[in-house]
Ligand binder design. Structure first.
Ligand code: ATP
Ligand code: MG
Length: 445
């Protein structure tokens, strides 16, 4: 197995000083899968002070010194962690204490899944006491040791199992998934930040549908608002899936790796069950985008997303169902509401939503989105007026015409609409005429 130079340097220095040292965890897993590891972690029998002694010439940060982790600043940061065993877990979250051990096997045994519990050094080759390689080859996430016990110690592992199965495209071993479902209520004890981090990694890391369908009760544990969507039949020609399966299909139909986009898709139809009406032989969900936008923002606030992501997802949910007609005026108005930068994200959401519907008029729906996006690009390329600030007259001009107070904003908005509708040109003279005309009519002169 090939490992980066800084990692083999760290391992061989520690070995030369008489310690055991290995690359461990996710990097070994990813390398065996032929993937580029995100980061390389090293574990060693040396305690933090000893690690520092071995690298007097390297800058070292005390990242988590109590837990045995220091970061060596060598071509970026490399975390070096002392072999350890976890003490008792009391609250399904974190061990009360950790203690160091000279024993690699004990360190590997505390790790969550077989595929994450392998170590490697050039000297020893791969050390794999729990059948991680076999599970990697078969594509299986399986806990190290008894699943009930391991999820009971730390409920976050339930979400980690879900996340790894999504990002690796793996199945979950039957006893492992049974324990995930059995202990899902413990997820309530996990902090919102950690829940969110796992959720986002899953959403942007692979196809969520297979596992989010199977383990929907785990998903509902972190977003209970999704539960009404489970099995909720849509009863319209536009849909072939129930609301929940439609939602997941939409998430998977979108290539974006922007968390807010994926969250918007996960939540875009969340208020459909609540807004359901059956009329003229078909289901209708009038008002679900606006109600869904509010609900999405609530959920994301609870999961401690940052304000920018919340605002973006809220907007994407609010506008996801706008019926595009393809024309330029509608696109200019939509761009005004959504903002230049976020329009491509809205088109991505609309496409994913469409791809997750039935095939009824699909080509037509997609063509309208394409046309809308082409018009959006045209508007940008030609700097077509799509905001009050782009209008060739301003508040001062309107005031000079004798308009006052609220009339000014109203007149400018009318002018802007007329420009976006292509009725008048965005030129001073034409706009001043238009504003003067408005004033005359408002005042019945
Ligand atoms: P990623 O690609 O997301 O970094 P990773 O496997 O490296 O995946 P990390 O969260 O970086 O995951 O953790 C590094 C290693 O530490 C894991 O491979 C696993 O062996 C162990 N580990 C992490 N979190 C837990 C946990 N909650 N319980 C048990 N072991 C864990
Ligand atoms: Mg990692």
């Amino acid at each position: 197995m090939e490992i980066p130079e800084n990692i083999s340097f760290i391992i061989s220095r520690l070995e030369a000083a008489g310690f055991a040292a290995y690359a461990v965890g996710g990097c070994v897993r990813d390398r065996l899968l032929g993937r580029e590891p995100k980061d390389w972690d090293v574990c060693t029998s040396a305690e933090p002070a000893a690690v520092k002694g071995v690298f007097p010439d390297v800058k070292i940060l005390d990242t988590g010194i109590k837990h045995g982790t220091v970061t060596l600043l060598l071509d970026g940061g490399v975390e070096v962690t002392t072999f350890r065993v976890d003490g008792k877990y009391r609250d399904s979250r974190r061990p009360e204490s950790v203690s160091f051990t000279p024993n690699l096997m004990a360190d590997l045994a505390r790790r969550d899944f077989t595929v994450n519990a392998m170590a490697y050094s050039c000297r020893t080759g791969i050390i794999d006491p729990f059948g991680g390689r076999e599970d990697l080859a078969a594509g299986i996430i399986r806990t190290v040791g008894a699943a009930e016990e391991r999820f009971g110690e730390d409920a976050l592992r339930i979400l980690r199992a879900l996340r790894f199965s999504v990002t690796l495209g793996f199945e979950i071993a039957p006893e492992t998934s049974a324990a995930m479902l059995g202990l899902r209520h413990n997820l309530g004890r996990i902090s919102a930040e950690r829940v969110r981090a796992e959720l986002v990694k899953a959403l942007i890391g692979g196809k969520v549908k297979p596992q989010f369908m199977r383990l929907r009760e785990v998903v509902a544990e972190i977003i209970p608002e999704l539960r009404p969507c489970f099995g909720f039949e849509q009863r319209t020609v536009h849909h072939r899936y129930d609301v929940y399966e439609h939602i997941l299909t939409a998430v998977d139909s979108c290539e974006s790796r922007e968390p807010a986009v994926k969250m918007a898709l996960l939540l875009h139809d969340i208020m459909k069950p609540a807004m359901y009406k059956f009329k003229n032989g078909s289901a209708h969900f009038k008002g679900h985008p606006a109600a869904g936008a509010k609900k999405a923002a609530d959920i994301m606030r609870r999961l401690k997303f940052d304000n920018k992501s919340i605002a973006l997802a809220e907007k994407l949910v609010r506008f996801h169902d706008v019926r595009l007609r393809g024309g330029l005026p509608q696109i200019l108005k939509l761009t005004r509401l959504v903002g230049d930068d976020d329009m491509p994200l809205l088109f991505a959401v609309m496409r994913a939503d469409t791809l997750a519907q039935s095939e009824y008029r699909r080509a037509e729906k997609l063509a309208l989105i394409d046309a809308g996006e082409a018009n959006y690009r045209f508007a940008l390329a030609h700097d077509l007026c799509r905001s009050l600030s782009g209008l060739a007259i301003g508040g001062a001009d309107a005031a000079e015409l004798g308009l006052s107070g609220r009339e000014i904003g109203a007149a400018l908005n009318c002018c802007l609409n007329a420009v976006m509708n292509g009725k008048i040109k965005n030129e001073r003279a034409a706009l001043l005429d238009c504003a003067a005309e408005l004033k005359k009519r408002w005042h019945n002169l």
